[in-house]
Design a protein around this ligand. Structure first.
Ligand SMILES: [Zn+2]
Length: 290
């Protein structure tokens, strides 16, 4: 199986389907002539995005964590078409099944943030058309400041938070709001990042001499490594720039392995720094980390 062990923690990628987003929006001020050489666009200017979640099994605590859970499948036909949702490639429940884990065995759901493509898998519609939870035993962990934002979004960010995703988390009775730099257990911490959205948290795993960071929407794809390649979706792009620079410096110097949530071709990359410029070093699978 494609997995990596930090000693106490076993990490397994869980692909929850693919979708399409406007390439221009994904690369902000970068012209199409440049970004389309890195990631090709379709005839509607869209690029293919992965929804790569991460299963984390802990020997020490006995917990089974899932980091993010993709977009889910609650879209109506029109929305599914707009986003080009593709569950043929992979789906959340199939990928978990392949990893030998049942939804009810997930004890802890850790959200990087609550934009629809990160938390939509929390719920689905049952045959009566009612919302039901997919992971009935999971505690939902959300950064405290992000929870405030998700419940009081500005007009620009509102379209990324869906009521049918947020309300069931609120009403579950199993919501746990965590502080910045929260530590879930030894070798599993989080890093707060505010540029994309207030209170995004990046899971960081360390052990066996390695550090693996779940980059979520700080670095959605390998093409977002160069500093000015910042998403148009970011709420505070200049802050992303500052956060990215500090992050990439550490990643390059300390040989971090960066796990990419949205890159359809690259699962894990390393970072190179030359004269203050950052680029992608190696591209590998989790199991190839050594
Ligand atoms: Zn996002």
């Amino acid at each position: 199986m494609n997995s990596f062990s930090t000693g106490n923690l076993e990490l397994i990628p869980i692909e929850a389907g693919r979708f399409l987003l406007d390439g221009g929006a994904m690369f902000g001020v970068v012209p199409k002539t440049l970004w389309s050489r890195q990631i090709p666009a379709d005839e509607k200017n869209r690029i293919t995005m992965a929804m790569r979640c991460l299963l984390v099994k802990s020997k020490a605590s006995g917990k089974t964590y899932l980091i993010d859970n993709g977009s889910g499948d609650k879209f109506n036909e029109k929305m599914a078409k707009i986003y080009g949702l593709d569950y043929e490639h992979s789906s959340l429940l199939n990928s978990l099944k392949k990893a030998g884990v049942k939804p009810e065995e997930i004890t802890d759901m850790v959200f990087s943030h609550l934009h629809f493509d990160h938390c939509g898998g929390t719920t689905r519609y049952n045959e009566n058309g009612n919302l039901e939870e997919v992971f009935p035993n999971a505690t939902y962990h959300v950064n405290k400041r992000h929870w405030e934002t998700a419940n009081n979004p500005n007009a620009r960010e509102k379209a990324s938070f869906f009521d049918e995703n947020i309300n069931p988390i609120k009403e579950s009775g199993r919501l746990n709001l965590v502080d910045d730099f929260h530590s879930f257990e030894e070798g599993f911490d989080t890093l707060p990042m505010d540029g994309h959205t207030v209170g995004q948290q990046l899971p960081v795993f360390s052990g066996n001499g390695h550090t693996i960071v779940y980059a979520a929407d700080l670095l959605p794809t390998f093409a977002h490594v160069p500093l000015p390649w910042v998403m148009g979706y970011d709420m505070a792009p200049v802050q992303t720039l500052t956060e990215k620079e500090e992050f990439l410096k550490k990643a390059a110097r300390e040989n971090w392995f960066i796990f990419l949530e949205h890159d359809s071709d690259h699962e894990v990359i390393t970072i190179k720094e030359e004269n203050g410029k950052f680029s992608t070093g190696d591209s590998l699978k989790l199991a190839e980390i050594s």
